[in-house]
Design a protein around this ligand. Structure first.
Ligand code: PBG
Length: 312
């Protein structure tokens, strides 16, 4: 009776696995703030992606961890055709052509200031940042990315990226927009993973106020009009009402990012014996589906896909 009356379902196809990249071969650097996660060299990232693909996970989402000597105020490494990101995209599409490759588009991994946009006189300059983001997206598309995911929260970047992609002949590359992204402390562990914490100030001039819900409609309308293909809400569980709101406002697919802090809370509580990680992960993911998410980005994607496969 319980199975018959069930309202929401979770399948591996709903999941996207974020991967942190590093230079080298056969290299795996564990991330202390995110137990079970590591920065991987491209060869090991391909192996993990292969397992995810075989289990039915839809996509990987790539983040490069770069050394300080390639970072500068304008993030010029982000468009290097031989950059870590571009090499990883090419390797994944060569080895696993059927696995979707999604790439994070923002300046923070490449910026000596650690911000998602260009910092000029202590302020984030929205409009100076737009062509840089657009060039980054084109560079990812050139390397073979299927989906570019701008996470920077600059105004007008979806249109700038869409026009640049189309002009470069990449009309088939999709834009997954971080449409509703809050200025959240739940990103804490991620900034250690990428060593990308802002050098000064915070991200509150471009990320949203956690107190706001009315603003969501404005963000959705803008990104739809600018040509987004998928809209993301971030973080996940504390913002379930926001996911529901976006689901009701748009007919586009809705994605959610179950972020680093949400993942690490479960892992660390489980390590101390206070929570059952697997059950709490599956419950969290189901709640995100129930709230209205079609797609879930989660560091638990492999764990969840393995559990779903074992249930069959
Ligand atoms: C930055 C970016 C962040 C995340 C994804 N892209 C961090 C931030 O905005 O500071 C967070 C992901 C996570 O916490 O898991 N472009």
């Amino acid at each position: 009776m319980r199975a018959m009356a069930r309202e929401s379902f979770l399948t591996p196809a709903n999941l996207v696995l974020p991967l942190f990249l590093r230079e080298g071969r056969g290299e795996r650097t564990p991330i202390a703030s995110m137990p079970g996660q590591a920065r991987l060299s491209v060869d090991l990232a391909v192996e993990l992606a292969r397992e995810a693909h075989e289990l039915g996970v839809s996509a990987v989402d790539l983040f490069p961890a770069l050394s300080d000597d390639v970072k500068d105020p304008r993030g010029s490494e982000s468009t290097n055709p031989e950059g870590l990101m571009q090499r990883a995209i090419r390797a994944l599409k060569r080895e696993l052509p059927e696995l979707m490759v999604c790439t994070d588009v923002a300046l923070d991994p490449y910026s000596s200031d650690g911000h998602d946009g260009v910092v000029i006189d202590g302020r984030i300059d929205n409009d100076v940042t737009l062509p840089i983001l657009a060039a980054m997206a084109v560079s990812h598309a050139e390397a073979g990315a299927d989906v570019v995911a701008p996470s920077d929260m600059m105004d007008g970047r979806v249109r700038a990226i869409r026009e640049a992609l189309d002009d470069a002949g990449h009309t088939q590359v999709s834009i997954l927009s971080y449409c509703v992204k809050y200025a959240s402390a739940f990103y804490g562990p991620f900034r250690e993973a990428l060593d990308s914490a802002p050098k000064s100030g915070d991200k509150k001039t471009y990320q949203m106020d956690p107190a706001n819900l009315r603003e969501v409609e404005r963000e959705v309308r803008l990104d739809e009009a600018e040509g987004a293909d998928i809209l993301m809400v971030k973080p996940g569980l504390p913002y379930a009402d926001v996911i529901r709101r976006v689901r009701e406002l748009t007919t586009l697919p809705v994605a959610v990012y179950h972020v680093s802090g949400e993942y690490s809370m479960l892992k660390v509580a489980a390590e101390r014996g206070f929570l059952d990680y697997e059950r709490c992960l599956m419950e969290s993911l189901m709640c995100l589906r129930r709230a209205g998410a079609d797609v879930i980005f989660t560091y638990g994607a492999l764990d969840a896909a393995r559990l779903l496969a074992a249930r069959k």
